[in-house]
Ligand binder design. Structure first.
Ligand SMILES: Nc1ncnc2c1ncn2[C@@H]1O[C@H](COP(=O)(O)OP(=O)(O)OP(=O)(O)O)[C@@H](O)[C@H]1O
Ligand SMILES: [Mg+2]
Length: 251
């Protein structure tokens, strides 16, 4: 489903991603761990072409993201085409990024109406289903400021699902939440994982990684240091850097 091959990215003179290779099967959950500044957000942003890669490729369901290949040359796609590709990739941000002037229901229905030209009644019907899935059926007409952080993030997850994405990316979805609200968001994510949503999740929630991940990837200074099943990477890491990182986040 997701294939990242040889992705390099620099900002100014700083190389942030030094050739990342990553694959994720349909229905799998990949958790990306790593210290601050290791390039986790940049990697996610390269996957949906919010950042251009310097070299390498990203493919989702076989389709090259951001570029079209002719012969051995790559040409960047038009903005319209990129937006269409991005519609197939859900993104959940640390700070929810809901539209403050729209209700929960409208936040979820906005993209289907604007991007897919669904009728409002159809889009609202599906938005209600999604709200029900994240346990917020009773909050359809609430505005973001009337919701707790955990509820806002659950609305944001429902919104990310509204276009039936092939893949959903999560960038530290619980790290802006009060500790008592983390569980409700992780529960929703576990539910998604069980129903076969293909997910790539940047998080420091090791418990979630242990239970829900098929693959854990440890990134450090723009390189994949190790990756494998959670039991291997979390409980028997091969590299000192992974061990050092885990000893910090597990205390
Ligand atoms: N738009 C940008 N312009 C310049 N430098 C950037 C930009 N975005 C990220 N960087 C730099 O790239 C490096 C990787 O950043 P990134 O946000 O991907 O790290 P991260 O692993 O997500 O960190 P954190 O855990 O703190 O979120 C950092 O050194 C950062 O300062
Ligand atoms: Mg980040």
């Amino acid at each position: 489903m997701l294939e990242v091959r040889g992705v390099h990215k620099h900002f100014g003179t700083q190389e942030v991603l030094h050739g990342i290779d990553l694959t994720a099967e349909t229905g799998s959950v990949t958790v990306v761990l790593g210290p601050s500044g290791s390039g986790k957000s940049t990697l996610l942003r390269c996957v949906n072409h919010l950042e251009k890669v310097d070299s390498g490729q990203v493919r989702v369901d076989g389709e090259l993201i951001g570029y079209r290949q002719s012969g051995d040359r790559l040409h960047e796609l038009s903005e319209r085409h990129i937006l269409r590709q991005r519609a197939g990739i859900g993104f959940v941000f640390q700070n929810f990024n809901l539209f403050p002037h729209l209700t929960a229901l409208e936040n979820i229905a906005e993209a289907p109406i604007a991007a897919l030209r669904r009728s409002p009644s159809e889009a609202h019907g599906y938005a209600r289903e999604l709200l029900d899935r994240v346990g917020l059926a009773d909050k359809a007409s609430a505005y973001p400021r009337q919701l707790s952080g955990g509820q806002q993030q659950r609305v944001a997850i429902a919104r990310a699902l509204a276009l039936d994405p092939k893949l959903v990316l999560f960038d530290e979805p619980t790290s802006a939440l009060d500790p008592e609200l983390v569980g409700e968001v992780l529960d929703v994510m576990r539910g998604l994982a069980r129903t076969g949503t293909t997910m790539v999740v940047v998080t420091h929630e090791i418990g979630f990684a242990r239970e829900a991940a098929d693959t854990v990837v440890f990134l450090d200074a723009g390189r994949v240091v190790e990756q494998g099943p959670p039991a291997q990477v979390l409980d028997a890491p091969r590299h000192d850097r992974t061990r050092a990182f885990l000893s910090k986040v597990l205390t």
